[in-house]
Design a binder for this molecule. Sequence first.
Ligand code: PRP
Ligand code: URA
Length: 209
Amino acid sequence: MSGSVTVCDHPLLQETLARLRDKKTPSAEFRRLMEDAGVHLGLQALKGLKTKRLPLKTPMATFNAPRVVEPIVLTAILRAGLGILPGLSRFIPTAKIGCIGLYRNEETLKPVRYIVRLPKGLNKSHVLLMDPMLATGGSASASISILKEEGARKITLVCLLATKPGIRRVHKDHKDVPIVTASIDPVLNSIGYIVPGLGDAGDRLYDTN
Ligand code: PRP
Ligand code: URA
């Protein structure tokens, strides 16, 4: 049942995470920090991207430079996934963007689907599924199933915070999907929140509650 999990322990990512956890961090700063964290985690998730040496001329010489030849699709689980994606999409302007709209039913904690918009060519792309929070794992697992139904074969889950039950759930359903995160927090409380966590990611991003 065990799949791959990478915890990025770079001190600057951990500093960014600490500022995101801080309840005093206002929404505008929270959005900026979340984008920065998304770039860091996304680059880690895409480390094995396929490249090919292709010729180009520098001002000094002709040179075979390694170029990315694998299409990339960044897919956000709405709403909070939209907060972690924009920095990475600027870094990779050729990446296509997908959206999967799910919210958790507050009583059952089961994900409810309300919109899915995905680009073509998922079967040939490295798909990053992005959501800051992996709590029970229900939303991520359902989203991976949707991506697979639409043809995706190479998927990596990028989340800022994870829990052990969330990781177990994703890898029980989708052992082939690696997970990249900044922290595995110790507690998933009785109402499905991560502790210490950072609170409700969507509310803190968009200043709602
Ligand atoms: C949050 C979060 C994840 C989900 C994680 O979204 O962004 O999508 O909960 O929980 P799970 O692992 O238990 O499924 P939420 O349902 O609060 O919706 P929102 O992003 O629109 O606020
Ligand atoms: N969703 C959030 O936004 N925060 C949590 O702690 C768990 C799920």
